[in-house]
Design a binder for this molecule. Structure first.
Ligand code: NAP
Length: 280
């Protein structure tokens, strides 16, 4: 299968390149294909004629999006729309990756694919706009919502587990304070990439929740991370109210799936164990 990956230098982009290595991969980073530019996108899709396009690019800085709404909407809404138009012109399926932040997190049970969306942040609103554009403009769409994504790659890339390890290994912190009242589904990027690799063989278009199975808080995730890494650092719980951030996060955005065919990712703890093994 000839697969075009956009945003190929990010966490998911790197994972997709490894998982799909036996396919005919066309991996483009932003310097090779800027997906906010419609003419570039149309020209690339028309010239390359891939069998499927996977959009791994996004504006993922949730707090920065609050003050730079234009940049967030350009990349999270306009760009997927560009891809949807260009791919639909040739009947090419498009995978658009989205987020648990499309939900408000005010409930207490895991969200499935048909639950009502109500994003609280600019990031969540822009990602939902991207979902809607893709669904409206290319009937051959897979919308894959994921959450709390992390990977060892790219080198120098940032994510929550890497940050929490650095607190101990680089900054020698004996204790850390971590938010304990936000719950979600930590997802190891290679597990998401494997699920997407499976999804694109189905032809079953629609919206899917592809996130690490089970749910946890940032606090419990950190405890597990240190336990699996053999670190004795104390983890102290703090409330979201004690740690104000520019963007409002959903309090409870654990994802589950009821979609058919069922594609279920490994438990989040397994992802964390594989991440630590890969770092070593
Ligand atoms: N990270 C999370 O916790 C999380 C949670 C839920 C959902 N998601 C979703 O999962 C997907 C993958 O996220 P990720 O963490 O892998 O993202 P990431 O590591 O931030 O990678 C995004 C990539 O997009 C590239 N990009 C930026 N502007 C571009 C442009 N105009 N054209 C083409 N590429 C461009 C970036 O390049 P530069 O680095 O050069 O800017 C970067 O390589 C996204 O759809 C995201 O919304 C992520």
């Amino acid at each position: 299968m000839k697969i075009l990956i956009t945003g190929a230098a990010g966490q998911l982009g790197c994972a997709l390149q490894s998982v799909l290595a036996e396919q005919d991969i066309l991996a483009y980073d932003r310097n090779e294909l800027d997906i906010t530019q419609f003419a570039q996108v149309r020209e690339a899709v028309t010239a390359l004629r891939p069998d499927v396009v996977i959009n791994a690019a996004a504006h993922t800085n949730v707090d920065a999006a609050e003050t730079d709404q234009h940049a967030a909407y350009q990349l999270n809404a306009v760009a997927p729309r560009n891809l949807a138009i260009a791919t639909s012109e040739h009947g090419i399926p498009l995978v658009q990756v989205s987020t648990d932040y499309v939900f408000d997190g005010l409930g207490a049970k895991p969200y499935h694919e048909f639950d009502a969306t109500n994003p609280l942040s600019v990031y969540g609103k822009s990602k939902l706009a991207g979902e809607q554009a893709v669904a409206a403009l290319n009937p051959r769409h897979y919308i894959a919502r994921t959450a709390w994504l992390y990977h060892t790659a790219p080198a120098g890339g940032k994510n929550f587990p890497k940050t929490m390890l650095a607190q101990v290994l680089e900054h020698n912190r004996a204790e850390v304070r971590v938010v304990s009242d936000q719950y979600g589904s930590p997802t190891y990027a290679p597990h998401l990439a494997q699920a997407i690799a499976q999804l694109i063989t189905t032809g079953a278009y629609g919206t899917y929740h592809l996130a690490g199975s089970g749910g946890t808080s940032w606090f419990s995730l950190t405890q597990k991370l240190y336990e699996l890494s053999g670190l004795k650092t104390r983890v102290l719980p703090v409330a979201t109210s004690e740690y104000p951030r520019p963007a409002v996060r959903p309090r409870f955005s654990v994802l589950t799936t009821i979609q058919e065919p069922q594609i279920v990712l490994p438990p989040w703890e397994d992802g964390l164990a594989e991440f630590i093994a890969a770092l070593k």
